[in-house]
Design a protein around this ligand. Structure first.
Ligand code: SF4
Length: 355
């Protein structure tokens, strides 16, 4: 089957030069933002830039994807979730007993300004080195790993042929039963979900116990008719569609906005899965909101969504202590410590820099 080559063209034609992007937007460019993009480059596909233009300079899309002077701040953590502590084989992060993250690329279809890996993706040489045979050996030596989670970067940046090669190798390891992809392509560059990719997912669903695709979106206005149609087309592939959303200050820190988003996911037969509390990433602290505020918002969601449509509200404890529940049914205030996944109490110092 011949794939649709359009997505690669769309990808290549994305804005990578801030002056060109602002010229297209027809907005005045604050010169200081050029300094920001020297540190954290910009990457915006043209269709997304058009939606951003229609929404205006104070819209949520501009906030999510345009550089901000606060990115020059030195506050925050370079590796907020402690990836480096858990790289156990090339391109493989083994943090949780039964699942491992596989990072086949550092490239994404857009540069989210809040990205938790924004510092790692900028200097990837050290941790994203490749040696697939070594990766496979590690997985064979660790039969407790039953799920491989494709992440990155965005794993769908990799060609269908290469994805198939990886999947075939994983399918040969008896202990690997489940596959999950986390991706922003379905919403940001939906032409990536071409016929060939859908066929690949269909094939993969027969090889593994489950194949899931977690679609990353934070606001209803990120979608358009093309992305809705592309996501609907995935429904025939046998893949479990999940959502993943980051709670972001001045983007979606409002229960009504989140309800609109989760209702849209449900319309598209995507099950709300994760609502992430923002990580304390260096260059992204202007998106941070206190845990207490997040708990108040989540409390309101619990009242308005049925349990099966309610995403898990989670927070990653810095230094690699893992993802834990961010909600506390006893109250919304935050004591300053969380129980890690291994049962220890860990301090969490919240930044007050931007709050
Ligand atoms: S798609 Fe994910 S990994 Fe890529 S920039 Fe956005 S948040 Fe970061």
């Amino acid at each position: 089957m011949v794939g649709n080559p359009n997505w690669t063209n769309e990808f290549k034609e994305s804005f990578k030069d801030l002056r060109e992007l602002y010229h297209f937007l027809d907005w005045p460019l604050p010169e200081v933002l050029l300094d920001v993009t020297r540190k954290y480059p910009v990457f915006v596909p043209r269709k997304l830039a058009l939606k951003m233009k229609q929404q205006g300079p104070f819209g949520v899309l501009a906030r999510e994807f345009l550089p901000h002077i606060h990115e020059l701040s030195d506050h925050g953590l370079s590796d907020p979730i402690g990836d480096k502590n858990h790289f156990k084989a090339p391109q493989l992060i083994h943090r949780y007993h039964s699942r491992a993250l596989f990072t086949p690329t550092t490239v994404c279809p857009v540069h989210c300004r809040y990205c938790f890996r924004k510092n790692e993706l900028n200097s990837p040489e050290e941790i994203f080195q490749q040696d697939f045979l070594e990766t496979i050996s590690y997985l064979k030596a660790h039969p407790e790993i039953s799920e491989i989670i494709f992440t990155g970067g965005d794993p769908l940046t990799v060609s269908n042929q290469k994805l198939e090669k990886y999947l075939r190798s994983f399918a040969e390891i008896e202990s690997i039963k489940d596959i999950r992809f986390h991706s922003r392509y379905p919403v940001i560059l939906p032409s990536r979900l071409d016929e060939e990719f859908c066929a690949l997912l269909k094939w993969a669903s027969d090889q593994f116990r489950t194949v899931s695709l977690a679609i990353h979106a934070n606001h209803e206005s990120e979608f358009d008719e093309e992305s809705k149609k592309a996501i609907s087309n995935l429904n025939g592939t046998g893949v479990q569609l999940l959502s993943q959303t980051v709670l972001l200050k001045d983007v979606n820190d409002d229960s009504t906005i989140l309800i609109e988003l989760f209702e849209l996911f449900l319309d598209l037969k995507v099950r709300p899965y994760y609502l992430h509390h923002p990580d304390q990433v260096k260059g992204g602290l202007h998106f941070y909101l206190p845990l207490e505020r997040g708990r108040i918002i989540y409390h309101s969601l619990r009242d308005r969504l049925p349990g099966w449509a309610l995403p898990q509200y989670v927070i990653d404890i810095p230094e690699g202590h893992g993802k834990v529940s961010a909600f506390n049914p006893e109250g919304t205030s935050f004591s300053g410590q969380l129980i890690s996944r291994t049962g220890e109490l860990k301090k969490l110092q919240e930044p007050d820099f931007f709050n």
